[in-house]
Design a protein around this ligand. Structure first.
Ligand code: GDP
Length: 407
């Protein structure tokens, strides 16, 4: 096919300049680079050819037209990665990492995706799978001696290893959803009394008019979100409606959503008017290190005036103190999200691990060895589903659907 379009085949994996012509008419289409990757040593495992063309619309249109005439078609989104998976070049975790890498917007997301692509997470899960298979093999061998109880030392070692696996999986699951949050954006809610300057702060940070600021109390009736890159970490800042009791139904709904958002957020910025330090008491509703106190409007406060001690003084109006606030926030985020060990990155993995953990726990409590073996088999299947070793046909569409074209 490549020869018909570009004449002689270039040597494998080496770029050659070629004149591309329409095999039907002999018309020249473009002058470009041609690469040939013979399978199985290609990205997908199949024979792959790459054309580097002058990327104008007219060139692409005519080349695609001619390729169509040769019986080729455009790839579906994710099709290259899907073929690579089906040909054993990648496991499912790595395929998902390619999607994440293509979508990465910040340094931390890029690093996390690359680690997953490198196979770190897959190695961890495959290690568990292997151990589980070994336990199961021991148990099945023991079951095959009928009319006898299991030798106690084998029974004990099976139980011990099952418990150990179960607690390792549970520890891995108890990661505060950090990998998933790093993928989706770390939530920071801006909370505080009405008119404290929350929307103004969000605007100042986003450097654009994302939320309405107005001198009338209670105008931010819904939640406005702005995604920012904070020192390499993806952060979603959410401005919540002013926290105050109200009879207005719309405001009550805003309040309810604000409370929910603030509760779910990883970090809260509690903003209050520096002229009314008593307002800072409202922050007591969210005790702990994940709430940062912010005293706004210091441009209106006389120098030397006392603020509640841990509060960061800022002025959303003049921009004073904003850099210090952002670096405090950045440090706080980095503390939790500079990840040293591989963490799970998707709800899909979490679900499979939770299933595997629950089945392992059930197997430990099972009364009959046959039941125990069945639970171990199911647990092993759950683990296998994460990397794509077993039973994944139904999963493939879900996973590859979100890819962009050309990957
Ligand atoms: P929110 O209800 O907490 O979102 O408060 P807004 O951001 O709507 O601000 C309420 C009012 O305070 C607006 O008139 C803002 O212009 C004003 N404001 C906000 N931040 C500052 C500030 O740092 N200094 C001064 N002088 N006014 C501010």
């Amino acid at each position: 096919m490549l020869c018909r379009l570009a004449g002689r085949l270039p040597p494998p994996r080496s770029a050659r300049r070629r004149r591309l012509t329409d095999p039907a008419t002999g018309d020249q289409l473009d002058d470009g680079l041609v690469l040939w990757f013979p399978g199985p040593d290609s990205a997908t495992g199949e024979d792959v050819a790459e054309l580097h063309l002058h990327g104008s619309r007219a060139v692409l249109a005519v080349v695609i037209e001619v390729l169509r005439g040769l019986g080729l078609r455009l790839a579906e989104p994710g099709e290259f990665t899907r073929r690579a998976f089906l040909n054993g070049k990648l496991d499912l975790l790595q395929a998902e990492a390619i999607a994440d890498l293509s979508a990465a917007e910040t340094e931390a997301q890029r690093r996390q995706a690359l680690r997953q692509l490198g196979g770190e997470l897959g190695d961890l899960y495959r290690g568990w799978s292997r151990r589980l298979t070994r336990v199961l093999a021991h148990l099945e061998a023991a079951i095959d001696f009928p009319d006898e109880d299991l030798p106690p030392q084998i029974e004990n070692s099976i139980l011990e290893e099952s418990r150990a696996l179960c607690s390792e999986i549970e520890r891995h699951l108890a990661d505060g959803h950090r990998g998933e949050r790093l993928r989706d954006g770390i939530m920071v809610a801006i909370v505080g009394p009405p008119n404290a300057g929350k929307s103004s702060l969000l605007n100042r940070i986003a450097r654009r008019e994302a939320a309405i600021t107005s001198p009338v109390a209670g105008t931010t009736r819904d939640i406005v979100e702005v995604a920012i890159d904070l020192a390499g970490f993806p952060v979603v800042l959410a401005d919540t409606a002013g926290l105050r009791n109200s009879d207005d139904l719309v405001e009550q709904e805003g309040l309810r959503r604000a409370l929910q958002r603030a509760t779910e957020a990883e970090i809260r910025l509690f903003v209050f008017d520096a002229r009314s330090p008593a307002e800072a008491c409202g922050a007591a509703a969210w005790p702990g290190p994940d709430t940062i106190l912010v005293a706004n409007k210091i441009d209106l406060v006389a120098a030397g005036c006392e603020l509640p001690s841990p509060a960061l003084p800022i002025s959303a109006l003049t921009g004073e103190g904003i850099d210090a606030l952002l670096s405090a926030l950045g440090e706080r985020v980095a503390q939790s999200y500079r990840l040293e060990t591989p963490v799970l990155t998707r709800a899909r993995h979490r679900q499979a691990l939770e299933d595997a953990g629950a089945l392992l726990r059930r197997s430990v409590d099972a009364l009959l060895p046959e039941l125990r073996a069945e639970d171990l088999r199911l647990a092993s299947r759950s683990l296998g589903r994460i990397t794509g070793v077993v039973d994944v046909e139904d999963l493939l569409d879900v996973i590859f659907r979100d890819f962009c074209i050309g990957k």
